[in-house]
Design a protein around this ligand. Structure first.
Ligand code: CDP
Length: 796
């Protein structure tokens, strides 16, 4: 007789449980870094360079030191005496903490002032006199490799030019053969512009060094607190057990809060020197011009095609502008991240990718903004190229995709770049999307509208994305292998606390992790507290970015629950006085196979673990699991947009957008929908309005929220979401795949493809994002492509 609990009622798998963390967020009771005040706390502000490239002739801080309330002025020279003027980056380069020899981008950190309050510190920064000797400026890869270009990283003995790497992957000879057999060769060249994650909360830290205990506690906005602890231990050579990193509530990360920034390092050193807590809270401009830029890649590719539409091969060349320091926060062994995930969803027999990375006089770039390490650029290029190729062949773009997709029966499928895809229903997702948008009807409407002079367009973007770094074979950070962890303690009354090595920045882990435990153990989700972000209490883990939490930490949560269940089974057998083999499990309860009425609940087992365990059994019901995923998870999505473009102004409006996401088993459907809506909003912003670039002097243009627009509910179009396609991940313990980034990764191409479709027949092959009205108007009026690559006119 089954007495299994109703999974949805206890908030298990598939329950659209309201986010428990919102109880405090919507009441203003969150605990963000800036909410924390410690006794005797001082405040730090940063002086930034106004120039993009200049030699520092002198720094005179005497006036700043004289201002009452100033406790310390840090310069590069002082950092150098402690061997901290430079720090290693996550990409095995070095980055200046405070500039010593030169400044290499506008906004670079030159000095820090620590004072009684932030206003005194800011005034004192302005009193610092820095004499600069301007140097020639580089703002794109072409300038970086030009004859006679100044060497930006002349601090590095081995660096003779501005090239960081030349890298290739794939089969060059096989791809050549494919191109030799092609009936049609389709080409596309574009620039994926810089973009910025712009979380609502900027970066910040409070370093608190206690001389009496020798313990350093740092409250900070880090998506990966354990990695920060490891970096502080390894770089500053402080004992690891004396470092405690606490990431409290975080107001959005999107990759911006993965790297180690100079502000963190300076606040730590200042606290050690002053033996007082030192708080640094970045201002919005500082965040926008100096931290966490993403993208900035030039993509140039071609596709070999058979006349009937079969793709024979693909060649891609990428030129990535990394800015002044190669500090991409990407943990793969591949130089250009996962760029070679391009075309993964298509059955492409041969492919070859070459990638070059260069320095420029721009803030460090390459942060994976809501993206798994260049997957956004890869998917954008893929879907723009697919549309261009279908147009060149004169084929219907939906049909072209369908005939080239990896088919359901072809999994597992090895891509020409070496990834292993394990599952998916790509054609089904496309069909659901086409039906939802009313594909055939729209095509007819579009033709009619054209006759009347109206420009309608439809854009499709289908994407798959490798989510869940690592496995430990191919992914590491500073040599530390990628995996993740969960630690579960079931108290004697059957309530529990779960801690993981991930760190939510708004994704709702406190809600969804408890749902996984509820599903595995039958303990109601509301009886489980979830904690993350404190290195003194959480198990070692690699943090949250690249939608890795569900694929890795989420799997660890399931695995640790199963360990607990295994021990609970022994306790149940003891309580029921039968052998373990005679005990069956149903959600929340063990029972005797031959007498199903006789059973004990998981809560009774928990009590027994502390009060009535069998002889020889270790008391308690606690365990930890570390999970090293066998493969990445591969969600799939199809986004379709229809637009109308006004040819007089270049303004375009979204008529309808549908999204079909297959992320395997959904833990919490409501949270998944929230992730998709947020991602699509960011995709729309990138495609439509987010303008940030550089002029010829390296000035950051669009570096304020009047120009770099964050869409509000007013501008954002409505989205129609579809969840009917579910392909469980075969290797994930609960069949889930990541979802956090999919819409931000796959969305932009749908919008751009739609506008390009509206302009078809006008001889325009590409307009670079953002598709600002003046760019679209220029393309329509002059029937030409429009590049957005820097340097730009400052009035662009
Ligand atoms: O690493 P990150 O948390 O940013 O991304 P994710 O693992 O894709 O998860 C984002 C949120 O969606 C988390 O709260 C997940 O638990 C939830 N999610 C879900 O409910 N079902 C899935 N199949 C994937 C994610």
């Amino acid at each position: 007789m089954s007495q299994a609990l109703d999974e949805i009622k206890i908030g298990g798998l598939g329950a659209s449980r309201k986010r428990v963390e919102d109880n405090r967020f919507i009441r203003g009771k969150g605990n963000y870094t800036d909410d924390i005040t410690l006794p005797g706390m001082l405040h730090m502000e940063i002086l930034r360079s106004p120039l993009a490239h200049a030699r520092i002739k002198s720094i005179d801080a005497s006036k700043a030191w004289d201002i009452p309330g100033v406790h310390l002025v840090l310069t590069g020279e002082m950092m150098a005496t402690r061997n901290l003027a430079w720090m290693p980056t996550l990409s095995y380069d070095t980055q200046a903490v405070l500039a010593t020899d030169k400044v290499r981008f506008q906004g670079q950190e030159v000095a820090c002032v620590i004072a009684d309050d932030p206003y005194i510190a800011k005034d004192a920064c302005e009193a610092i006199d820095v004499e600069y000797e301007p140097l020639p400026v580089i703002v794109n890869p072409e300038q970086a490799v030009a004859e006679g270009a100044p060497v930006i990283r002349d601090d590095k003995d081995s660096q003779r030019d501005n090239v960081i790497y030349d890298w290739e992957v794939g089969d060059a000879a096989g791809t050549d053969r494919a191109f030799a057999q092609a009936d049609v060769i389709s080409k596309l060249k574009l620039h994926y512009p810089r973009s910025h994650p712009s979380p609502i909360e900027c970066c910040g830290s409070i370093a608190d060094f206690n001389r009496a205990t020798s313990k350093l506690t740092v409250y900070m906005t880090s998506q990966a607190p354990h990695i920060i602890r490891a970096a502080v231990a390894m770089v500053a050579e402080l004992p690891e057990h004396m470092i405690r990193i606490i990431s409290p509530d975080i107001g959005g990360g999107f990759g911006n809060k993965v790297p180690v920034y100079p502000g963190y390092v300076c606040s730590i050193l200042a606290s050690i020197l002053l033996e007082r807590p030192v708080k640094w809270i970045e201002d919005k401009s500082g965040n926008l011009i100096s931290t966490g830029f993403a993208r900035d890649v030039y993509l140039d590719g071609e596709m070999a095609l058979r006349r009937d539409g079969k793709i024979l091969g693909v060649r891609i060349h990428t030129d990535a502008d990394h800015g002044a320091f190669f500090s991409d926060a990407q943990p793969s062994k591949f130089k250009i991240g996962l760029m070679h995930s391009a075309f993964a969803a298509y059955d492409v027999p041969a492919a070859h990718l070459t990638a070059r990375g260069t320095y420029s006089n721009k803030a460090p770039g390459g942060v994976a903004y809501r993206c798994s390490f260049r997957v956004t650029e890869a998917m954008f290029f893929q879907e723009r190229m697919i549309q261009a190729a279908a147009d060149d062949l004169g084929m219907d773009q939906a049909q072209f995709r369908r005939m080239n997709f990896v088919r359901d029966e072809d999994f597992p499928h090895r891509t020409p770049f070496g990834f292993l895809l394990d599952s998916g229903q790509y054609a089904k997702c496309l069909d659901v999307g086409l039906k939802a948008i009313g594909y055939e009807d729209f095509r007819r409407e579009q033709e009619e509208a054209r006759k009347r002079g109206r420009l309608l367009g439809l854009g499709i973007s289908t994407m798959t994305e490798p989510l869940g770094a690592g496995n430990s074979r191919e992914y590491d950070i500073l040599g530390i292998k990628m995996f993740d962890s969960a630690d579960l303690k079931v108290h004697l009354t059957g309530k529990a606390i779960l801690r993981t090595g991930a760190k939510s920045q708004g994704q709702g882990h406190e809600t969804t992790w408890a749902q996984i435990v509820a599903h595995e153990l039958g303990i109601p989700a509301e009886d489980i507290t979830v904690e993350e972000g404190d290195t003194d209490t959480a198990p070692f883990g690699m943090g949250t970015y690249a939608s890795r939490s569900t694929p890795v930490a989420g799997a660890a949560v399931a695995m640790v629950s199963r360990k607990i269940r295994a021990k609970a089974r022994k306790l149940a057998a003891h309580l029921l006085e039968v052998s373990e083999e005679d005990v069956e499990w149903e959600l929340g309860r063990f029972y005797i196979r031959s007498a199903p009425d006789r059973g004990v609940t998981i809560q009774e087992c928990a009590m027994a673990a502390y009060s009535n365990m069998p002889d020889g059994m270790e008391p308690g019901l606690e365990n930890t699991a570390y999970y090293d995923p066998p493969n990445l998870t591969w969600p799939f999505a199809c986004y379709i947009v229809t637009v109308e473009v006004d040819k007089e102004t270049g303004v375009w409006d979204v008529l309808k957008m549908v999204a079909v996401d297959d992320c395997g088993v959904r833990i919490n459907p409501m949270i998944v929908e929230g992730q998709i809506m947020g991602g699509l909003t960011e995709a729309y912003a990138m495609a439509n309005m987010q303008f940030i670039t550089f002029d010829v002097d390296g000035n950051c243009v669009g570096s304020n929220y009047m120009d770099y627009l964050l869409p509000s509910a007013w501008e954002t179009p409505g989205f129609e979401l579809h969840s009917e396609v579910v392909t469980p991940c075969p290797h994930h313990p609960i069949g889930a795949k990541g979802i956090g980034e999919c819409a931000a990764v796959g969305g932009p191409a749908a919008f751009v493809n739609a506008v390009m479709d509206a302009l078809s027949g006008m001889g325009v092959r590409n307009i670079d994002m953002p598709l600002l009205p003046d760019r679209v108007w220029e393309a329509i009026t002059y029937r030409r492509d429009v590049s957005g690559a820097p340097p730009v006119r400052s009035d662009d």
